[in-house]
Design a protein around this ligand. Structure first.
Ligand code: CA
Length: 227
């Protein structure tokens, strides 16, 4: 089980991330400021560090620099929206990647898995992420979808939505969970966005989009993928 050290001072965000990452099978340690985070890393290490840029006391930049003096552990920076310069700085500091707030859990988890894969030399025991059902094949590594062997172009959100449904084939997924995982827990947009994306997916994937066989509505509850 990969161990993640999360250094983030916004308690609401770190609690939500800890919950979601643990649900994905990671062990998560949380520290709320830079000095404590660095101390924790030096004491107990980690397989990956999620590091907020704007931290009280010792900043994310400082922590990143200090960690890099003695370790090449993968580091993903969490930056606030619009901090373009900080993004660049984050990578120049030796971070492996960054995500900008607000980000969806799925986006973050995809980055974490990609960074861990790269750091482990690539493909060591990690199963390929290919989902199949009802003539639909989704290859999460290659970001490709085919229907009966024919390539279909999906937007990023359509792809993430389909992947979530196919990963949970047969299960009803609540609207709230889908929105949280695909759009982020701080998504305040129109909840019909989900229905619009489902409709687009049906148009692209279903033989008869008006009588869907795979992307089913569970009225008043959510959606379900049936192979
Ligand atoms: Ca912060």
């Amino acid at each position: 089980m990969p161990r993640i050290l999360l250094i983030e001072d916004e308690e609401g965000l770190s609690a939500a991330l800890q919950y979601q990452l643990e649900r994905e099978g990671f062990a998560v340690d949380v520290e709320g400021d830079g000095a404590a985070g660095l101390e924790r890393f030096r004491r107990s290490g980690a397989d990956l560090v999620l590091l907020d840029l704007m931290l009280p006391g010792l900043s994310g930049e400082d922590v990143c620099r200090e960690i890099r003096k003695g370790s090449d552990v993968p580091i993903i920076m969490l930056t606030a929206k619009g901090e373009e310069i900080d993004k660049v700085v984050g990578l120049e500091l030796g971070a492996d990647d960054y995500v900008s707030k607000p980000f969806s859990t799925r986006e973050l988890i995809a980055r974490i898995k990609a960074v861990l894969r790269r750091s482990s030399g690539g493909g060591t025991g990690e199963p390929t992420s290919v989902y199949e059902g009802g003539g639909i094949v989704l290859d999460a590594e290659r970001f490709e979808v085919t229907v009966d062997g024919r390539p279909v172009h999906l937007s990023r959100k359509e792809f993430e939505l389909l992947q979530l449904l196919m990963e949970n084939a047969g299960k009803v997924l609540l609207r709230e969970r889908i929105i949280e995982e695909v759009w982020g827990s701080d998504y305040f947009g129109d909840t019909r966005t989900l229905d619009v994306h489902i409709k687009r997916l049906r148009d692209k994937l279903e033989r008869d989009p008006r009588a869907p066989e795979h992307l089913l509505t569970v009225r008043g509850v959510g959606y379900r993928f049936v192979p």
